[in-house]
Design a protein around this ligand. Structure first.
Ligand SMILES: [Zn+2]
Ligand SMILES: [Zn+2]
Length: 141
């Protein structure tokens, strides 16, 4: 894909630095109950593939949040760093970590049926419900 870009990110305290070779600027928002509990709101997740270099990995605490994915955060400052699919090893990272990129586009909203009534984005995006996601990703879980 021609849209792939490289960038670096770090947590608030600087204990973890991440370099990503392939970022897809078309990002997804997840409204599921787990993401909203984890971050206090929907998860703005950008696909970062598997070419991810992490410095300070000893400062990352991982939490297996489901049978298919693991979430990572800095154990000193709490910055959320990634959601990693166990099977493929693909990383999804919070879009806000990449301050140098300004061409991100919200293209998809996951778990639209779990989105609470108290917010709504005006962005024109595709949406998928839990049932649609489970059917679509059945092969990857
Ligand atoms: Zn930190
Ligand atoms: Zn989610």
């Amino acid at each position: 894909m021609s849209e792939l870009i490289e960038n670096t990110a770090s947590c608030l305290c600087g204990g973890v630095e991440i370099k990503v070779s392939n970022i897809n600027p078309k990002f997804t928002v997840c409204h599921c109950d787990t993401c909203r509990a984890w971050g206090g709101g929907p998860f703005f997740a950008v696909q970062c593939g598997t070419e991810v270099e992490i410095k300070g990995a000893e400062n990352i605490k991982e939490y297996k949040s489901s049978a298919w994915a693991t979430r990572g955060f800095c154990c000193h400052c709490g910055t959320h760093l990634f959601y990693r699919l166990n099977k493929s090893g693909c990383y999804n990272m919070p879009v806000g970590l990449f301050s140098k990129i300004n061409n991100f586009v919200m293209t998809m909203q996951y778990f639209s049926d779990q989105r609470p009534d108290y917010y709504c984005f005006s962005n024109q995006t595709q949406e998928m419900t839990e049932a649609e996601i489970k059917a679509y990703f059945a092969s990857q879980i």
